[in-house]
Design a protein around this ligand. Structure first.
Ligand code: DAH
Length: 334
């Protein structure tokens, strides 16, 4: 037999193989110790050396060719065997992820403000000094930069910074929109903090801004009270305490009657009966002006609240650092 006919015969045989036994038989017939390839080698052993060499090489080539196809076929058989599907087996359980608790709370807050006619918008996390500070009536050297922890700024190359407050979006939208403006800006803010159970270098704020004619503190109070009642799903008492923010005048710290002790005083409210919940005020005329509007005609109120803190209150989370820990045991609870 010559090489060509052995090749042809072998390939034909391989094609017809239907089961494991055929496959084993083929292996024995061609590649085994007494197989056709070996037989061929023995048949040329008495030929002159040169002839033996060239023929030998050809037989070797043929042997690897057949072996290669054989192995491929064998692999496919094994795979088929393994992949046999048992339709009676129950399906593998799919692991469902869940939304991060901050996302859940953020969405709930957005839902409530949307019901009151506010649009949810975004501002850039990489800001410049103008929108983060100057436009908000906080010029360089202003003591409020430090007093409000706004001095703990991460500066970037090229004069930009990571926003320290979502208030930085205020003037961007006053410029862009026509009153009445009703927006909330939820998002990440960054501060160079020493981290502990209640301090993180990045956390979430939600900014609110309303600009229109005839805006009053009563409007602000009503919107905030309604929001808190929807959010905590209960009646809520709030009080406005005089405070100071450069971008609002007058400015208020808003406290909520402690929901744990109903104002009697407990450890959650540090025995005061009240829990500080957000900062707010009537938009400073300079801010309205910096947005290109006439402060004689337009007024506004603004507020800013942490998303992290109410999330911690809601779910009784005692360490803010858990939020960015990536700890699945923590995250799987939500
Ligand atoms: N940006 C302030 C902060 O980071 C929060 C704030 C206070 C926002 C008063 C406001 C406001 O819009 O009117 O602490």
């Amino acid at each position: 037999m010559d090489i060509e006919s052995i090749r042809k015969e072998a390939l034909d045989n391989l094609k017809q193989i239907k089961n494991k036994e055929d496959l084993d038989l083929f292996k024995k017939d061609y590649l085994g110790k007494k197989g056709k390839i070996r037989e061929f080698f023995s048949s040329i052993k008495d030929l002159p050396i040169e002839e033996k060499k060239t023929l030998g090489q050809k037989i070797n080539q043929l042997a690897s060719e057949i072996e290669e196809i054989f192995l491929l076929k064998e692999k496919n058989f094994n795979k088929e065997e393994k992949e046999e599907i048992d339709l009676t087996l129950p399906a593998k359980p799919t692991e469902l992820g869940s939304l991060h608790p901050i996302t859940q709370v953020k969405r709930e807050m957005e839902r409530i403000f949307q019901l009151m006619g506010f649009s949810v918008v975004e501002g850039p996390e990489i800001e410049d000094e103008w929108y983060n500070f100057d436009a908000l009536n906080i010029p360089e050297g202003h003591p409020a930069r430090d007093a409000l922890s706004l001095g703990k700024t991460f500066y970037l190359k090229g004069g930009n910074l990571l926003r320290t407050q979502t208030s930085s979006a205020q003037v961007r939208y006053i410029e862009k929109m026509k009153p009445p403006i009703r927006i909330i800006v939820p998002g990440k803010v960054y501060r160079y903090e020493k981290t502990d159970a209640s301090h993180e270098t990045n956390f979430f704020h939600l900014e609110g801004l309303l600009v229109d004619e005839n805006v009053s503190v009563a409007n602000l109070k009503a919107v905030l009270k309604k929001f808190l009642e929807e959010f905590f799903k209960r009646e809520v008492d709030i009080r406005l305490r005089p405070s100071y923010f450069p971008f609002t005048e007058p400015s208020f710290e808003v406290d909520m009657l402690c929901t744990v002790c109903d104002g009697k005083g407990c450890s959650a409210c540090k025995r005061t009966g009240w829990v500080e919940i957000l900062g707010s005020g009537i938009v400073h005329p300079n801010v309205i002006k910096n947005g290109g509007l006439d402060p004689k005609k337009y007024k506004g109120f603004a507020f800013g609240l942490s998303i992290d803190r109410p999330t911690m209150m809601n779910y009784k989370i005692n360490d803010i650092r858990l939020f960015h820990s990536g700890n699945l045991n923590f995250l799987k609870q939500f």
